[in-house]
Write a protein that binds this ligand. Structure first.
Ligand SMILES: Cc1ncc(COP(=O)(O)O)c(C=O)c1O
Length: 384
């Protein structure tokens, strides 16, 4: 007989009982071989609807990089949301389902030539930038397009900081917007990203303070900005509880109300918060071993096939089929690479070979990061 799933409060604080019931019903109905990623449609739709609801004059553009599965994109498109993209591949997916060009923006400040060509051809209307080279590229490929500059803002307290790679300080941002105008582009606003999985609500405060300074400086230069793109960063619960979306948005809304003109158009680009906690990876135990004094548990999905963020500090929660006592494990993936270690010092009931391990809150930055390293296929995504 199969072992039962060991579910306790630490799990039901993360995943709703109704979602566990859906996952169980799916598992009962299928003989599909793990690993695969299940996405709960209802949860995804609820999350997507909740973002921006408390921010006046806001439009949501789902960051496709979080999970570009075509069925997810169709669902989000049917909900009427827009999309934020970074590559020709993401654009091709949107084109294949007939997404209106007006619903697409790109906030990748450094774009490949191939992407610029396809974005210009499709008619993508909004582009971010943070260098003079990019202004010249945009002038050549998408003359006259709308541009917003990427401002660098503090990412402290974000579990996945982004700011060092992109963004410029105030003086450079001002100079770049003026340069963009000189080159015939339309400087319409600014963008920032507080860092992904941002658990520090004050990051939005300092980002908006800085944005306001640039906004006013540009007005003095005769450039009336109209778009404030606040990026993504909304956190989801992996283990620890996080501040909820409505509190974050109410705070952002009151800061915007205080600082910016009433008709400012707000763009939001959430990725993780839309799909992350709607996802559950289903994986299978393929090995156990004792190495010196450590107990190792091997499952059929690893760092290279979906759980890359575990290496960068994301701590997943696991529901295990296991009847024996709880022990401390080192959890590893199936590849022959020693980098393929998902977690250390985690307490789980001992499973048998062939038992399932459910990995919670795993809908974002998992399959979209996955490779076929070592010959393992990229896990399928299934909407339930
Ligand atoms: C430009 C841009 N927008 C939006 C996002 C989505 O961020 P998150 O998944 O933290 O909401 C990212 C993530 O890397 C990004 O780089």
């Amino acid at each position: 007989m199969k072992n039962r799933f060991r579910i306790d409060r630490s799990h039901t604080e993360i995943i709703k009982k109704s979602m566990i019931a859906k996952v169980r019903a799916f598992l009962k109905s299928t003989d599909l071989e793990p690993p695969y990623l299940l996405i709960d449609k209802t949860r995804l739709q609820r999350k997507a609807h909740s973002i921006g609801r408390n921010i006046k004059n806001s439009k949501v553009f789902y960051a496709v990089k979080a999970n570009g599965d075509i069925e997810i994109l169709k669902l989000i498109n049917r909900m009427g949301l827009g999309f934020e993209i970074a590559s020709e591949g993401e654009l091709e997916s949107l084109a294949s389902i007939g997404v209106d060009k007006e619903k697409i923006i790109t906030s990748n400040p450094i774009k490949s030539f191939r992407f610029l060509r396809s974005a210009a051809e499709y008619g993508v209307p909004y582009y971010s930038f943070d260098s003079k080279d990019e202004v010249r590229k945009l002038r050549d490929y998408v003359p006259g397009c709308n541009v917003y500059v990427r401002l660098s803002v503090p990412n402290e307290g974000s579990e996945w900081p982004l700011s060092k790679k992109f963004g410029v300080e105030l003086d450079a941002a001002e100079e770049l917007l003026l340069y963009a105008r000189k080159k015939g582009l339309k400087p319409i606003g600014l963008t920032f990203h507080v860092g992904s999985q941002c658990t520090n609500i004050y990051n939005w405060n300092s980002a908006l303070d800085k944005a306001k300074i640039l906004w006013d400086r540009m007005a003095k230069e005769g450039i009336k900005l109209s778009v404030l793109n606040i990026g993504g960063g909304y956190p989801i619960r992996y283990r620890k509880s996080v501040v909820d979306i409505s509190s974050i948005d109410k705070n952002i809304n009151s800061l915007i109300y205080e600082k910016f003109p009433r008709n400012t158009q707000i763009f939001i680009e959430p990725g993780r918060a839309v799909v992350g906690d709607a996802g559950v990876f289903v994986s299978k135990v393929i090995g156990r071993a004792k190495r010196e004094d450590e107990d190792w548990l091997y499952i059929d999905v690893g760092v290279f096939h979906g759980l890359m963020e575990s290496v960068g500090g994301i701590k997943y929660s696991y529901i295990v089929q296991g009847s024996k006592q709880v022990r401390k494990w080192t959890l590893a993936g199936p590849s022959c690479d020693s980098f393929d270690v998902i977690d250390r010092d985690i307490f789980l009931p001992e499973p048998e070979i062939g038992d399932l391990v459910l990995i919670l809150s795993s809908g974002a930055y998992t399959t979209s990061y996955a490779s076929e390293f070592n010959g393992f296929s990229i896990p399928k995504t299934i909407l339930i």
